[in-house]
Design a protein around this ligand. Sequence first.
Ligand SMILES: Cc1ncc(CN)c(N)n1
Length: 224
Amino acid sequence: MTFSQRLYKKLQPIWRKNHAHPFVQGIGDGTLDSDKFRFFMIQDYLYLIDYAKLFAIGAVKANDLNTMGKFAELLDSTMNEEMSLHREYAKKFNISLEELENAEPAPTTLAYTHYMLAAGQSGSLAELVAALLPCMWSYNEIGTELNLRPGASEHELYGEWISMYSSSEFTELTNWCIGLLDELAEGKPQSELDKLEEIFLHTTRFEYMFWDMAYHQQMWPTDE
Ligand SMILES: Cc1ncc(CN)c(N)n1
């Protein structure tokens, strides 16, 4: 079994909770309250601004030109495809680009992005990939699973979201990241593998927290 498969298997209890979350299920059956989705889209846009930076750091840390080019492709696809989905949703919700970019991050958004950027900046390339992988992998799996539901990808509001994350382009980039983690983990001492596992666990947990934050539209607990 590969390193990534071992992590995937071990973290299935959290992974399945992500899939079962009412926010995800609501996208799948089309019943999600559109205000919750609006909140999610704004926070996710802020999240993606920082997430894209991880790919830029990956390009800097890459050991060969092929890997550097792939990180550049991931950066481009995040900023110009994934984030353009959010910009289209913003139009539907009458949110200007300025409002979108300058929105206030929720505590979970801040905690998640800062954790990932810290892991990516201060750690090895393997640590950076361990931090960003649960994000891509779980969205690709959720999108693919929801896309199997008859009519889900045609839903007026949520269909495009499902189509984006189940697309062959997103699947191909996700699989490349999975393969890279396995390559980088090869031959590493147990102490380093444990560190990778810890980072992967943390961002898997953050994925759950992000769904939950959006579902409850959680901002700071004080008004000031
Ligand atoms: C919180 C979160 N996690 C993952 C993804 C998929 N890139 C996302 N857009 N947002």
